[in-house]
Ligand binder design. Structure first.
Ligand code: R5P
Length: 262
């Protein structure tokens, strides 16, 4: 069964599986969005079901909320939780300082609010997501639908003064319609190729009217769990360096693999 999965899916799974062990009884847990975070939600659901783990989850999207309920995790809103013990989420890119690009799945706004309201943010990712400099992955900016073309033009102008290699901006589509986020907004993908000064860019983007939030997560993530296709997994922490390197066994996880790949 596991043989049917690609090495990337196995890498995502082992990262999620290892990160699930960081979640303890009684915790309020931010649940990320995306294919890697979906493995995590499944792993936590298994722990709730089989080991009696008691947690309350705050999902970062309607998709994750539906999956969390399906696997038996108690779902509460961020306002009910107020503050979270830990958030575990995927990323599109991460660098050595654990700065991130997120939003490939369009959930960056809720993800950033939830991660910022957490004592600890842990990113789970396959090793291919690690980059020297952020920006090869298009940077998502969530914009309100009203006047989005004007907002795009404003961003274009703003990028002229920025330390980036590319300046193309595309409206994210869902079939032949603009993609709509859970908050009813659109996503502009900024094809920058390399971001020389992420901090400056993040500040400037968020000052533009029409921009709700951008996908740069700076100084938010503390820990990354990196998975490899052969089952190797590394846990790196900003304060402690590489804390652990190990390997996870796929055999015990056949049910999880089956559940998600079906
Ligand atoms: O909006 C989506 C999120 O930021 C995802 O966590 C990110 O795109 C990574 O997704 P995946 O785990 O599917 O690569």
């Amino acid at each position: 069964m596991t043989g049917d999965l690609s090495p990337i899916d196995k890498a995502k799974f082992v990262a999620a599986r290892r990160a699930a062990d960081l979640v303890e009884d009684g915790m309020r847990v931010g649940l990320g969005t995306g294919s890697t975070a979906a493995w995590l939600v499944r792993c936590l659901g298994e722990a709730v079901r089989d080991d009696g783990l008691k947690i309350r989850g705050v999902p970062t999207s309607a998709r994750t909320a539906a999956l969390a309920r399906e696997v038996g995790i108690e779902v509460i809103s961020l306002d009910e939780a107020r503050w979270l013990d830990i958030t575990i989420d995927g990323a599109d890119e991460f660098d050595a300082d654990l700065n991130l690009i997120k939003g490939g799945g369009g959930a960056l706004l809720q993800e950033k609010i939830v991660a910022t309201a957490s004592d600890r943010m842990v990113v789970i990712a396959d090793a291919g997501k690690e980059v020297e400099a952020l920006g090869a992955f298009p940077l998502p900016a969530e914009v309100i639908p009203f006047g989005w073309q004007t907002t795009r033009a404003l961003i274009e102008e703003t990028l002229v003064g920025m330390d980036v290699l590319g300046r193309d901006i595309t409206l994210r589509m869902n079939g032949d319609r603009p993609f709509v986020t859970d908050e009813g907004n659109h996503i502009l993908d900024l094809h920058l190729r390399r971001i020389g000064n992420p901090r400056q860019l993040a500040l400037v983007l968020n000052q533009l009217p029409g921009v709700v939030e951008n996908g740069l997560f700076l100084d938010i993530c503390d820990t990354v769990v990196v998975g490899h296709g052969d089952g190797r997994v590394e846990l790196r922490d900003l304060n402690e360096g590489t804390v652990e390197e190990g390997r996870l066994d796929f055999v015990d996880s056949d049910n999880l693999f089956r559940d998600i790949s079906d």
